[in-house]
Design a protein around this ligand. Sequence first.
Ligand code: GGG
Length: 341
Amino acid sequence: MYRISVIPGDGIGPTVIRHATRIVEELASALGFEVEFVEAPAGDAVAAERGEALPHESLEKIMGSDACLKGPVGETARDVIVYLRQRLDLYANIRPFKTYEGVKCFWSGLDFVIVRENTEDLYKGVEDVGRDHAVSLLVITRRGTERIARVALNMARERRGKVTVVHKANVLSSYKFFRDIAIEVVKQGGATVDEMYVDNAAYQMVVNPGIFDVILTPNMFGDILSDLAAGVTGSIGLAGSANIGERMGVFEPVHGSAPSLNPEYANPIATILSSSYLMGWLGMSRRDERLSQAARAVEAAVAQLLKEGRVITPDLGGRATVGEVSEAILKKALNNLYKRK
Ligand code: GGG
């Protein structure tokens, strides 16, 4: 039995999460593994009601689970996801991006991943704000940089073998420190490594994104470049992600809570893909092929649905609802399983 904690979140969160968990449930019963979902409320609405965005009971539920599926939260990101990354030492933020056949965008054939250091940098939370000043400390450590560089290296070995270290070493010594250590780790590991200033990386991602395989970058640049990468590959509604530590993973869409969007027309794919990354990670760490199979079936189903281009939400130019897209993905994922048997 796998226990998955679930943070529904704010805005479109509860709706996209409900559809994603239903898909996991159906695949579990088709493949014969058991899942138990444990709700762990957190976010803006919880903060308004209870005075804290991540209540202790929710934290306990998350810590007692095998993995967590998280919906987007609004203004309380710092108290929920940034806190969880540090509390659970989820030091690797893995954000894959690719173009899909059928999705309109300027590029085709793109496939790259942002490996974002997830616990340090300006997001460490060492701050002082007074009436006339505000200071945020930029923290980079050797240990933090070496371990994230090893993640990028291992990922590059499974992909096209190249890591681009993105930084701002010409202005900030802390990023020079990050760059030098990261390059050394990747070089020692035998992968191809190059480097780029973050401003140039932003430019290249728009005009020449095919040059990227694995982008390794400190926390804040990874956050910002992720939205750019999502835009370049078609829609932020397609971008799922993983926050991973040695023993725990929290999986979430890259997008925010989109409070002005009617949840009925939200794109559930980013959350559905995040749930497939969760199953893939659990399958690998628990050596359970059934979960890996479920993950592959969902990812293939998403690609098939997008290629057909009929059942798609408004962000992709369609008129389908969140429920229609989710049901179509579920049907295709189940079909993919039966085809393989
Ligand atoms: N623009 C996407 C968005 O709102 N993401 C949520 C967010 O800001 N999360 C904080 C983080 O990933 O560090």
